[in-house]
Design a protein around this ligand. Structure first.
Ligand SMILES: [Zn+2]
Ligand SMILES: [Zn+2]
Length: 265
């Protein structure tokens, strides 16, 4: 089979390699497609040291399954997320799963940009989902990035009347706007003055500022009222510098907002 191997930032090859073999609790999935994440691009432009796995926004079809796998069927289309948190460590208990050592250590084999992947047992158990027939492989490849956006919306302490500004209407920005709308935000999406990649999606929670009142109940249900106001955003010197760097580098934010769907043929 063919798979992408990263050697250095300017040496990324599509190579012939052997199809991974699976054990009793694992799956072999033929990749139908894989999105190119901003984090993949970051690894490349930041000259990450190998080994580096590229591609994790994937959908595929089960072509082989271990004897002990009972919750999936041969030929089933699935979405596989690449990292599995342990659920019991300090970080997991705080809900900061991406800080978990198990999360960082776990991955699919060899990577999303491969014709076939081995799905380890822990992924089969926790991060493999059936892809509904109504969704195409391209649409399915957005499940992982959309999950990141849904998590961001859930962590945003919104109250009715709050305004939400989404900076950067690339693929992730557009998903963020859709996610905010899905929980009852109303408002408009418009391009900002800077042109290029500096579009702004501005949404307002219903119930404030003269916007629609009809969705108030839905929004209130989505975000139960807080007993105390959310803590103010604390901007440290470091985060301020990072923010400045992002603002000064429109090409970088354009890169981060790029999603390319890659077919393995
Ligand atoms: Zn991603
Ligand atoms: Zn953990």
């Amino acid at each position: 089979m063919k798979a992408v191997t990263y050697y250095s930032y300017d040496d990324i090859r599509v190579e012939n390699t052997t199809v991974p073999s699976i054990t009793d609790h694992e799956l072999l999935v033929k990749v139908d497609g894989c999105g190119l994440c901003g984090s993949d691009i970051m690894k490349i432009v930041q000259h990450a040291s190998p080994p580096v796995k590229l591609g994790h926004e994937l959908t595929g079809t089960i072509v082989e399954k271990g004897r002990e796998v009972s919750n999936f069927a041969m030929g089933q289309r699935v979405i596989v997320a690449h990292h599995v948190p342990c659920g019991i460590c300090h970080y997991c208990k705080h809900g900061n799963y991406s800080m978990c050592a198990s999360f960082k250590a776990s991955n699919i084999d060899p990577c999303g940009f491969a014709e076939y992947i081995r799905v380890p047992a822990e992924h089969v158990q926790h991060t493999t989902l059936p892809l509904p027939a109504s969704l195409s492989a391209e649409e399915g490849s957005f499940v992982e990035p959309l999950a990141c956006c849904v998590r961001a919306v859930r962590r945003t302490p919104l109250l009715p009347g709050d305004s939400v500004v989404v900076m950067g209407l690339g693929s992730i920005g557009l998903l963020m706007v859709q996610a905010f709308k899905a929980v009852g935000c109303v408002g408009e999406t418009r391009r900002g003055g800077g042109g290029g990649d500096e579009g702004r999606g501005r949404l307002r929670r219903p119930g404030g500022g003269g916007h629609e009142q009809g969705n108030r109940t839905r929004a209130t249900q989505a975000f139960p009222p807080h007993t105390a106001p959310p803590p103010p955003l604390r901007i440290t010197r470091r985060s301020w510098r990072a923010l400045g760097a992002i603002n000064r580098a429109p090409t970088m934010s354009m890169l981060l907002n790029t999603v390319i769907f890659v077919y393995m043929v």
